[in-house]
Design a protein around this ligand. Sequence first.
Ligand code: SF4
Ligand code: SF4
Length: 89
Amino acid sequence: MVKKRSDSIYADANFGPVQKSNLSLKNRSNLKCNIIVDKSLCTLCKTCVLVCPENTIKESKKQITIDKKFCKMCLICLEECPRKAIKQI
Ligand code: SF4
Ligand code: SF4
């Protein structure tokens, strides 16, 4: 069965990044958020805004901002950005 793109988002959300890092979601919540948006690549498509499970990414005044206080470092935004504009530093 061919999965729709939206299915893969949530499959990755539950298993992909966590398995790769070998950390549980609980442990990842202790990680400091170290992601940034490269404004030169961002097209303001808002995919990241839609996929963030913590609702920490906002678009305002033609700028993407991440509220790092609530970011759980799931890295879904990083994986789903079509422009690869979200990066870890
Ligand atoms: S998904 Fe990527 S290109 Fe789209 S708004 Fe977010 S950072 Fe910008
Ligand atoms: S890493 Fe996860 S929680 Fe943090 S901003 Fe991206 S999608 Fe949201």
